[in-house]
Design a protein around this ligand. Sequence first.
Ligand code: ZN
Length: 218
Amino acid sequence: MNLILIAPPAAGKGTFASMMHEKYGYVCISAGELLRGVDPSTELGRQIREVQSRRELVSDVITNQLMKERLMKDDIKNGFILDGYPRHMPQVTAINEICDELSLHIDYAVLLNVDYETALKRTLGRQICPKCKKTYNRLTGVNAPKVENMCDDCNVELTTRNDDNEATFKIGYSSYEKNCEPVIEYYRKAGKLIELDATGSAENTFAQFEKEVSKRND
Ligand code: ZN
């Protein structure tokens, strides 16, 4: 299956995508990672980093082109999940054109629904072990470290990410709401939207997804 993942910040997109990868072998293609993956010594790489350092969005022309090149690789043949793309309507048009050209199709757009408060708590409470990269959360009651601020496995003090603050979160969330709403409506009208409640555990969200897909295939 080829999927598009739509979700506000902290909805658990990364976890969902890696569960899909483990179970079905789908390749997760993150728009952010594609951009970060461009060699910084090239002109394109330099441009991308400059735009990102101003906390602005890289132009659609560049993102669409990178996406197209990525979708031309053989490893997507067993299915792929697009993360962070398309994030607004012009990119929906672009992905439709890319799919036409490459004879690919999108089966479903998966929407991970999380309310503002839950997503905020997940963001502000997020802690990461600098050694093993395991993530914890000190606010949500899920994945709390056994000892406050310490990794369960490494006995190392946990850190937070610089951009995990309320101001950054608000910007991300409102931009998501503004840009993604038409995208969600588009896939809903096309009969391709699968809406999931992602406020619970990752396993729960994943189970909902499988149930919804099997319902549609009946
Ligand atoms: Zn650790």
